[in-house]
Write a protein that binds this ligand. Structure first.
Ligand code: ZN
Length: 391
């Protein structure tokens, strides 16, 4: 409610009914000026004008100033303070309480509706705040939505942004050997298959992650030498059920081959933002209309892409930490990998090295080399989880 209006009404009510005699005595002579002077004519007119204004604009009774809105939200969390920013040029506003945020557009005039979006994933159709000569006016219903949603999100905070499951996908398998190289072992030229190396690294990685995260599900798309289609791999990853505040990460492990035998080093692929299918949300699970679905899908698209890039960079740093400059980094790469594209979660594809390169093949076939490759992936994944869950 408008402060000025509130004060005027109080003055009017006090003067109309008078102040109880007991309090007059207690207030003493100085207060007589305020309590006993009859309402002046201009005050009467002011009140009538305000009354007229209220009748014309019933909404203004149910609107709040920025200060009142911030006050109303301050009860949401006793630990976190409420923050507000807005950009008058783009007419965007954002409220923050801890890690949770609600964004909206400022309406040009009173009564316009639009979206109030929480944490880029929860969307409400509301009457928007509007700009009244540089002063923001917040509809009471808008503030109520802010308050109830922030309260619920803050209550979930302890379990929010959690990685609930890690899906490790050793590439190829069975009749598909993947890349093939050869290396003289004990004087004999021995064929080395990508499918075998990636299975060994994936299994060791799984065992280490299980020890570190007894509360997370650590899964493999295959744990033996068997053939899986790409659809089967991504379907398996997408069928992992998680709660709203949880996520799954997907790591596909491969080894490279090249005609040029001097090509060597590791690389990590992540998805491009345009590469994902549009329909990420299950429409049967949601009451949102199709246009809102499209917006939510786009937001999830962008979120998965940025998480995938973060995961890719963490894994690259993991390799760098273990191998230094003894194994070259070929950097993060973006592409529409099928197996990654169809996983509705942060997902990367790691190429451990080149089976066609002598030095890389030695790393990938020695016990110590395999341990170091596993350690690189482990360090990258645990670093990512540390950042992601703290965010
Ligand atoms: Zn491969």
């Amino acid at each position: 409610m408008d402060n000025k209006l509130q004060i005027c009404r109080n003055v009017y009510v006090k003067n109309l009914f008078g102040v109880p005699s007991g309090s007059k005595k207690r207030l003493g002579r100085a207060s007589h000026f305020f309590t006993l002077t009859p309402l002046k004519n201009h005050s009467k007119y002011t009140f009538l004008i305000i009354l007229f204004f209220i009748i014309l604009n019933p909404n203004s009774l149910f609107a709040m100033s920025l200060d009142e809105t911030l006050n109303s939200l301050s009860s949401v969390s006793s630990i976190q303070s409420v923050q507000f920013r807005w950009d008058p040029l783009f007419r965007d506003g954002v409220f923050n309480i801890g890690d949770n945020y609600g964004t909206f557009s400022v309406a040009a005039k009173e009564g316009e509706t639009g979206f109030l979006i929480f944490n880029n994933r929860e969307l409400f159709n509301v009457t928007l705040p509007y700009n009244d000569n540089g002063r923001l006016v917040f509809p009471e219903s808008f503030v109520a939505t802010l308050r109830t949603t922030f309260t619920r999100l803050s209550e979930n905070d302890s379990s929010r942004f959690r990685i609930a499951a890690i899906v490790i996908d050793p590439g190829h398998g069975g009749r598909d050997p993947g890349a093939v190289g050869s290396l003289p072992i004990n004087g004999r030229n021995t064929q080395i298959n990508e499918k075998d190396i990636v299975l060994r690294v994936a299994t060791a990685l799984r065992d280490q992650l299980i020890r570190t995260y007894p509360d997370k599900r650590i899964l493999m798309t295959r744990d033996s030498d068997r053939y899986l289609t790409l659809d089967q791999r991504s379907d398996m990853a997408n069928s992992v059920t998680v709660r709203d505040n949880e996520s799954v990460i997907f790591i596909s492990i491969h080894a490279n081959a090249a005609r040029n035998t001097s090509a060597r080093g590791y690389e990590v692929w992540h998805i491009t933002s345009g590469g994902r299918p549009r329909q990420l949300l299950d429409s049967s699970m949601s009451s949102h209309s199709p246009d809102i679905q499209a917006i939510l899908n786009r937001m999830l698209n962008e979120e998965f892409t940025s998480e995938s890039i973060l995961l890719a960079n963490s894994i690259l740093q993991g390799f760098e930490g273990v191998f230094g400059n003894t194994l070259p980094s070929r950097g993060p790469k973006a592409n529409d990998w099928f197996v990654v594209k169809n996983s509705h979660m942060p997902a990367v594809l790691v190429e451990l090295g080149f089976l066609t390169n002598r030095q890389d093949a030695q790393i990938m076939t020695s016990e110590e080399g395999l341990q170091r490759l596993t350690r690189s992936l482990y360090n990258g994944i645990t670093d990512f989880i540390g950042i992601f869950e703290k965010k």
